[in-house]
Design a protein around this ligand. Structure first.
Ligand SMILES: Cc1ncc(C[n+]2csc(CCOP(=O)(O)OP(=O)(O)O)c2C)c(N)n1
Ligand SMILES: [Mg+2]
Length: 585
């Protein structure tokens, strides 16, 4: 019943790991061909693989784990998907009904344990309801603001001796669940009017634009109006990363020009973004003079942190289409809008910010000097011609990847933004590779994060996944160390371990893969070219890049400040008022 329902839901892959309570299900998997099960080495990795699959395709990822430790091992991955609104269905085995509540072997209250980190959960009561529960789970996971759904399946409900008629419902309705699709026409009209009269506008686009398939509409609107665009960490790729109108990422490690432009804007068009604390800095000091338009499918996200002047609840793609139609009509009627002169002054201001303190995308290797992690990411970008799917882990390397790999398309940048889960990168890249077998998939990781799920190298061998792992090895928990440098007087409490690191080259060779170690800046390009060469096209390759351990990620927001308050490098702090402010100044 369960596996057939997964087939009917169009599932290609189940990422999972077997155990007692799930054995009836595993037997059913054995006796069919349609759904392929991927055997992982740790349940956390199964959730991240399903997650990478989902983020890169838009289709829900599916996980199967046993009860007790199998289920609890999956929690971090479920929470990761929840924080980033990733559609996922997690099926957990459970002890039989008559054992529930008896502290039975491998009994954990999975519905209870997962409750705060799921969009919804089900406990199967009898086998007849399984197809409907599966149908509902996929519906909830993929509609509205997507998210993970748990189906807890007591062993007796999958007992092959118990039978029931199989009925897979064509559609499901739930009285209490009706996510919005279309935005309110009056609100959209108001937004269009404000946009057309903006003098210092900025589009602040987040992961919701990718999840809601609104990138094309957003790009068209931005180009039509000549508005600058900034992306959140989750939104990278929803607007072409090398476009002149793109200001880069905003927020804690956002670019100088994006953060300054946010602060000085008169109109902010927030789309599929949620004013996360990593973006706003102190919300009471957030962008004081701006009118905020906020488009989001989730009404609970609107005015939660920063209050919106024009809230619009609806699916991003649908709202943007309606907005574009109104803008087109208005532009035809009043071709003088928006005020091009004001806009060109605004652009001149932005360009001068960019020229002053923008990121340098043209770094060159300096022989004899330590390898800059930024250069390693730029080399990856060049060698893959900007066409790779790139996953990352969490830390400095993640921020360098976000800043220096420029994403031209949605669903190419795969990282744990909301929960910040170390150990995400490798399994997420594997999920991407399953979904896109012929694509170039790179994982930018740090040695700390990599060691959290490196057992999956064994899964890479089993399924022949040709992932290229770029390890920015700074011999430290770099991001922790950076905070200790900046806020704790340089006391590196528990953030370094250089004497006990493994030799990653031999480590990955033991797993049957190719290892390359790079210690000199002048060897970086060749090593990267080799990793992505035709010769190694079918191999899992690990490039261990020994980068400068003293490097920090900049810009960095100054805690408690506004968006224009940033550290720009080890010597230079920008406290907003040193910059030229408005066009009238
Ligand atoms: C599971 C988990 N534990 C702890 C943290 C806190 N944390 C954030 S970044 C970081 C250091 C990561 O080190 P590494 O992977 O080597 O990346 P680097 O910052 O050195 O590039 C830590 C410990 C986390 N994000 N996730
Ligand atoms: Mg590190």
């Amino acid at each position: 019943m369960l596996i057939r329902a997964l087939q009917d839901a169009g599932v290609e892959y189940i990422f999972g790991y077997p155990g007692g309570a799930a054995l009836h299900i595993y037997d059913a998997i054995f006796r069919q061909q349609k759904v392929e099960h991927i055997l992982v080495r740790h349940e956390q990795a199964a959730t991240h693989m399903a997650d990478g699959y989902a983020r890169s395709t838009g289709k829900p990822g599916v996980v199967l784990v046993t009860s007790g430790p199998g289920a609890t091992n999956a929690i971090t991955g479920i929470a990761t998907a929840f924080m980033d609104s990733v559609p996922m269905v997690v099926i957990s085995g459970q002890v039989a009904h008559e054992l529930i509540g008896t502290d039975a072997f491998q009994e954990t209250d999975m519905v209870g344990v997962s409750r705060p980190v799921v969009k919804h959960s089900f406990m199967v009561k009898d086998c007849a309801e399984i197809p409907e529960v599966v149908r509902k789970a996929f519906h909830i996971a993929t509609t509205g603001r997507p998210g993970p759904v748990v189906i807890d399946v007591p062993k007796n409900t999958t007992d092959p001796d118990v039978t029931a008629p199989y009925v897979y419902p064509e559609s499901v309705t739930m009285r209490s669940y009706n996510p919005a699709v279309k935005g309110n026409g009056r609100q959209i009209r108001k937004a269009a009017n404000v946009m057309l009269n903006a003098r210092r506008p900025i589009i602040y686009a987040g992961g919701g634009v990718i999840l809601g398939d609104g990138s094309e509409q957003l790009t068209r609107i931005a180009r039509k109006l000549d508005f600058p665009v900034t992306n959140t960490l989750m939104g990278l790729g929803c607007y072409p990363g090398n476009d002149d109108q793109f200001l880069g990422m905003l927020g804690m490690h956002g670019t100088y020009e994006a953060n300054m432009a946010m602060h000085e804007a008169d109109v902010i068009i927030a789309v599929g973004a949620r004013f996360d604390d990593r973006v706003t800095n102190d919300p009471t000091k957030f962008c004081p003079g701006s009118t905020i338009i906020h488009i989001d499918v989730d009404p609970a996200s609107i005015s939660k942190i920063v209050s919106a002047d024009i809230p619009i609840v609806g699916q991003v793609a649908s709202v943007l289409e309606d907005l574009e139609a109104i803008l087109d009509a208005e532009l035809a009627r009043a071709p003088g809008l928006p005020d091009r002169e004001a806009l060109s002054r605004w652009w001149a201001q932005i360009r001068s910010w960019r020229a002053e303190h923008g990121l340098n995308h043209e770094l060159k290797p300096e022989p004899g000097k330590p390898i800059l992690p930024q250069l390693a990411v730029q080399t990856l970008y060049r060698v893959t011609e900007g066409n790779a799917f790139v996953s990352s882990d969490v830390g400095q390397h993640q921020m360098f990847a976000a800043q220096y790999y420029r994403f031209h398309e949605p669903r190419r940048w795969i990282n744990s933004g909301g929960l910040g889960t170390m150990g995400f990168g490798l399994p997420a890249a594997m999920g991407v590779q399953f979904a896109h077998p012929d694509a170039t998939v790179a994982c930018v990781t740090g040695e700390g994060s990599f060691m959290m799920n490196m057992q999956e190298l064994s899964t890479c061998l089993q399924y022949g996944l040709p992932i290229k792992i770029i390890n920015l090895n700074n011999q430290a928990l770099g991001m922790v160390k950076q905070w200790q440098d900046m806020q704790y007087g340089g006391r590196h409490s528990q953030s370094t371990y250089s004497d006990s690191l493994p030799d990653f080259k031999t480590l990955v060779e033991a797993f049957g893969h190719v290892g390359i170690k790079v210690e000199r800046a002048e060897d970086l390009e060749d090593a990267m070219r080799e990793a992505f060469s035709e010769k190694l096209r079918r191999r899992t390759v690990f490039v261990d890049v020994w980068v400068d351990p003293h490097e920090h990620v900049y810009p960095m927001a100054i805690k408690g400040g506004s968006m224009r308050d940033m550290y720009l490098n080890k010597a230079l702090t920008s406290l907003g008022d040193t910059a030229v402010l408005s066009e009238d100044a």
